[in-house]
Design a protein around this ligand. Sequence first.
Ligand code: AMP
Length: 322
Amino acid sequence: MFHKIIKEIKKYDTIVIARHIGVDPDALCSQIALRDSLRLAFPKKKIVAVGSSSIKFAELGSLDKTEDYQQFLLIVLDTPDRKRIDFSQVEKADSIIKIDHHPYIETYAKIEYIDDQKGSTCEILMEFLKKMRLSCTSSIARTLYTGLISDTNRFLFDSTTSSTFEIVSYYLKKYPFLLSDVYKSLYMRPLKEVRLQGYIGENLTLTENGVLYIELSNEDILRFKADSASAGNMINNFNFIEEALVWVIITEDIKNNNIRVNIRSRGPVINQIAEKFHGGGHAFASGAKVSCFEEAELLIQDLDEVCKEYIKVCEENENNIE
Ligand code: AMP
C-alpha cells in the first residue's frame, strides 16, 4: 500500500494535504511533517498543508494559505469521513489518498490506508517515511513525535505497543531532538486555564452509573477569560477518577453556534453514542456536537445507559469466574 501511495504522489505536480475540522495536534503535526518531508523529496512539486489554524497550536508549525488549486492530488490525514475534511475544494481533487487511524466510516478516496490499531496518524507516517526512505530531519521527527505523544496521551493507551517504542526509538536515534521542547509546546498553558480546570473539578456531576460531566456556558468560559476550545482540551486531565467510567466536558461555543462535547471512557464503548449526536471518534475517545444543553442531557442519559450495561456485563463475567 505504501508503494501505491508513493506512485500516486509521483503523478502530480500539486499536492494538497488536508485533515479534519476541529484541529488537534495529531492531525496538524501529521500534515506539517508529511508536507515538509515530501518537499525535501520532491523539491519541484508544489506541496501545501491547508485548513484552519489555531492560535493554541501555533508553536507546532504553520499551515499554508489556501489558494484555488487545479489538477491536484489531495492527501487527507486523520479523517475517517468526507464531511469532516477541513478543505473546501475536495470535489475538485483529481485523486484522493486517505491515511488514517480512526475506525472505518466510509470510503471517499482512491487509495485508503487505515490502521485503526495505531494510536496516532503520526505513528503511521513514521512508518511510511521510514519504509519509503523519504527525507526526514530532526524538526520533522519532532513534529511526528509531538502528534504521537498527543494522541496517545504520552503512551497511556493500549494502542501503544512495542512497535510504537521501536519506531520512536529509531527516530530519536537517527534524528535527535529535545523531548522537553515537545512537552513545552504541548503542555504549557496560562494560569487562567488552570483556574478553569479547578472550576471544572469543583463542579463535576456524577450520574448513577458512572458518567462524570460538566456543562459550561459561554458565561462560565468568559469568566475565566478562556476560549471555548480550552475546556474540552482538558478532557484528558480528568483520566483515572475512580468513580467515573465515562467523563464528559460539554462547552457552549458561541462562535460556531453549537455545543461541543468531549467524551472519554475507560471501558464502555462510546463512539456509537457520539455518532448518534453528530459526532464520532474512537471506541474510548470521542467527540460530538449538540445544539442545546437539553440535547446534551439526552447524550448523558445514553452514556449512562451504556455504563449501566457495561457494569452488568462485568458483574456477570465476575460471577461466571466464581
Ligand atoms: P477530542 O475530544 O476533540 O480530542 O476528539 C476525540 C476523537 O473524537 C478524535 O478522534 C476526533 O477526531 C473525534 N471527534 C471529535 N469531535 C467529533 C465530531 N464532531 N465528529 C466526529 N468525530 C469527532
